[in-house]
Structures are given as structure tokens and as C-alpha cells.
Ligand binder design. Structure first.
Ligand SMILES: [Mg+2]
Length: 365
């Protein structure tokens, strides 16, 4: 793959309603959009889904820009790439920064698919033509009204972002709204080992899983908790690489893994984790980061792989944004979203709107 130039854009997409977790409240979603151009004029798109602050993982949009501008892009322009899966190997000497790497690798996968005339889903080994979508309910939502709307839209799984100590109240409210609602909770690492007894008492609530109860990077206490708790533990922030996934599964620290392309360093690592988990009988699902249609398209291709058996944090273009960066917009019907079949990520970028929401850009060649 001969790379002619790479453009980085810092964009900001207005959110329909603020997205609230126990760590932060977002009214707009800033992102970095990456465009990689080849000699024939093909454009591949990727996206860095880090947040402006280091609350989810240590990366921020500013650290990602720095790593892209000073290390990853110069390396790509100098070395080129034979195949997108070479990218991770070529950048092994850059420690960490998986979200920066994942954004550029995603653009290379899209470009490669367009050059080859193959869809990303086909290139990755996808087997489904549509994938099931699960809703994320943020703390700012008014539960009753929003659950009614999300149910009407057909979402097949409900993930509640909880605040430690107030989780039972929130789960019970959801159960009162609908006792059959498939609910999981996401703790984003708020609990400590002293909370084990309290966490085990959540077994009575019939949750489909609890996501990342203990701090990012932990495997030991998650293993201890999973030995005591019937509810499956799903790991998110603890899985920053293929190596982490192997540790988690072999140690018995979880029964489910949330694979986010950005958190694990790119699609190549995401597929590796998928394949390993499949071989160990560990189901996976595709996590989301409140991202644009560019990432959504990459997520849909990944989630079409056979071991993505649990509905992911997947949604249509208008779930969070008034207007998305892609056209036609991604649409959920009856709780499912079609996997794009055209070449690359299989969806067009609305270049006019992208220009409109771009705050700053730089081009490297
Ligand atoms: Mg999570």
C-alpha cells in the first residue's frame, strides 16, 4: 500500500443530550478523524475515540494527536504498509497508546478494502449480514421515558452505567418498568475488594453480566470475585491488548469480554482476541465509545464475526447525534443493524459536514 498523505482532523459533534457517567459529562463529542490517501486517490477513514480527559483510560485526544503526528504517521509514510495487519508489528516499539494506533490502523483497513474491492466484514472473516444492538443507558437519562423509547426502537440488551451504592435502586427501577428487560451493569472500575460481599448480593437481580467492577488492569480481584459470584463478569478496561485477554481468560478473571477496537489497539488485535475467546468458549461483544458513523461502520464489520454472540454497544447514527459524519446514516431496524457490504468500511463520509465540524486539521506527506 503506497501512502501518499495522511490528514488528521479534530472535530466536535454536538450531542442530542449530554452523556453522563460517574466520571464526566459530555455535551459535545470531540474526536480525531483520520484520512489516509493512496496514490490512486482512494481515501481510507479512521477515528480516534479517546476522550478529552484521561478518565476511561490514560489516553486523551491530545496524547493521541501527539503520538500520531510524531511517531505513527512518520513511520507509516517512511515504511508504507504491505497489509493493514503489518501496522501493529511495525509500531511495536511505540509503547501503549492503543487508541491512537487503532485510529490509524482503521483508516488503513478501510483503504485496503477499497483498493481490493472487498468489504471490511469479508476481510475480517465476518459471517453475519446483520448484528444485534444493545442500548447504553447513561446516568443523565430519565429512565422510564428512555427505556420505553429504547424498547420501542427494539434494542436487545440494556446496559446501565451505575454509581456505586445506588446501583440496586437503578436496577430495581428498570425491573419495575419491565421485569423481563435483559439488564447488565457497567461499573467502570468503581468498586474495591472490600465491596465483594455487596457485589455478590447483586446475584439476586438476574443481571446478564457485570462489567469491570474493579479497577482497570486488575485480573486478581476479578478472579476472586468470579469465584464467589454467579453473575458473569465481563472485562472492559482491563483488556488493553491480546495479551491481557489471554491472561484474563486463563486466570478465570471473567466469563465474557467486551472488545473495543480502540482500547485493544486496532482491528487486527480485536480479531485475534475474538479468535482466542472463541477457542476457549468465551463469548464476546463489541463495545462502543459514543462515536461517529466511521467507527460504527468498523464496529459493525467486527461484530459480524461468529463469536460476537451478545448484542454490542451498537446503535444507529441518530442515537447520540443530530447528524452523523456518514451518509446514508446507519439505521437500526427491529434491534438489528445491517453490516455494510460495499468495499472498505462500506459507507460514505459526508465530506461537507466533516469540513463543517472540523475545528483544526493538519496534513502530512
Ligand atoms: Mg465499560
Amino acid at each position: 500500500m503506497r501512502i501518499q498523505s495522511v490528514r488528521l482532523r479534530k472535530v466536535s459533534l454536538p450531542l442530542k443530550v449530554p452523556f453522563v457517567t460517574h466520571q464526566a459529562e459530555l455535551k459535545e463529542r470531540p474526536l480525531i478523524i483520520i484520512e489516509v490517501k493512496d496514490d490512486a486517490g482512494h481515501l481510507g477513514y479512521g477515528e480516534v475515540t479517546a476522550f478529552p480527559n484521561p478518565f476511561y483510560t490514560y489516553e486523551t485526544l491530545d496524547t493521541a494527536w501527539h503520538i500520531l503526528e510524531d511517531y505513527l504517521i512518520p513511520s507509516l509514510l517512511k515504511n508504507g504498509a504491505v497489509h493493514p495487519s503489518d501496522f501493529a508489528i511495525q509500531n511495536e516499539s511505540v509503547q501503549g497508546h492503543p487508541m491512537a494506533k487503532a485510529g490509524l490502523e482503521a483508516a488503513l483497513w478501510d483503504l485496503y478494502g477499497k483498493q481490493e474491492g472487498k468489504s471490511l466484514a469479508d476481510l475480517l472473516g465476518g459471517t453475519r449480514s446483520s448484528v444485534s444492538a444493545g442500548a447504553v443507558i447513561s446516568l443523565g437519562d430519565s429512565l422510564e421515558k428512555d427505556v420505553a423509547r429504547l424498547k420501542a426502537e427494539g434494542f436487545q440488551r440494556y446496559k446501565l452505567k451505575v454509581i456505586k451504592g445506588r446501583e440496586k435502586e437503578a436496577i430495581e427501577t428498570l425491573h419495575e418498568i419491565d421485569p423481563e428487560l435483559p439488564i447488565m451493569i457497567d461499573a467502570n472500575g468503581q468498586y474495591i475488594p472490600e465491596d465483594m460481599t455487596h457485589l455478590c448480593s447483586l446475584d439476586d437481580h438476574g443481571l446478564t453480566m457485570i462489567e469491570q467492577p474493579f479497577t482497570a488492569g486488575d485480573f486478581y480481584w476479578h478472579k476472586k470475585l468470579q469465584e464467589e459470584m454467579n453473575t458473569p463478569i465481563c472485562l472492559d478496561e482491563s483488556i488493553m491488548s491480546f495479551h491481557d485477554a489471554v491472561q484474563a481468560v486463563e486466570l478465570g478473571s471473567c466469563q465474557i469480554i467486551n472488545i473495543k477496537i480502540s482500547r485493544v489497539g486496532g482491528l487486527t488485535a480485536a480479531v485475534q482476541i475474538h479468535d482466542f475467546c472463541q477457542s476457549r468458549g468465551i463469548p464476546v461483544w463489541c463495545g462502543g465509545m459514543v462515536e461517529s458513523g466511521i467507527s460504527k461502520a468498523h464496529n459493525l464489520a467486527l461484530a459480524s464475526l461468529p463469536n460476537f454472540t451478545i448484542p454490542g454497544d451498537l446503535s444507529g447514527s441518530t442515537r447520540y447525534f443530530h447528524k452523523d459524519l456518514v451518509h446514508p446514516e446507519i439505521v437500526m431496524r427491529g434491534g438489528a443493524i445491517e453490516v455494510p457490504q460495499k468495499a472498505g468500511m462500506g459507507i460514505n463520509v459526508d465530506e461537507e459536514y466533516l469540513d463543517k465540524v472540523t475545528l483544526v486539521y493538519d496534513t502530512f506527506s
